[in-house]
Write a protein that binds this ligand. Structure first.
Ligand SMILES: [Zn+2]
Length: 72
């Protein structure tokens, strides 16, 4: 396979964490089946695997979303 593969997130495998005040909802991050967090902003792509509480601010309305995850 070429180097471009795996650069796209398969949305079926991920839960979308969104700000629901908008239509369509604004995506804050993606959570995979293992509870790992994927955050993609412009050319940055974070993959976070060890955490318990995450706070995200909606880029559109400024609402703060705090979410707890099971720690490892
Ligand atoms: Zn919002």
């Amino acid at each position: 396979m070429d180097a471009a593969e795996n650069h796209q997130i398969e949305s079926e495998e991920f839960e979308r964490w969104t700000c629901d005040r908008h239509d369509p909802p604004i995506l804050l991050a993606m959570v995979d089946a293992a509870g790992h967090l994927h955050i993609k902003v412009r050319n940055r792509d974070w993959y976070v695997t060890d955490f318990t509480t995450v706070t995200a601010t909606c880029p559109k309305c400024g609402a703060v979303h705090t979410r707890k995850f099971a720690g490892r």
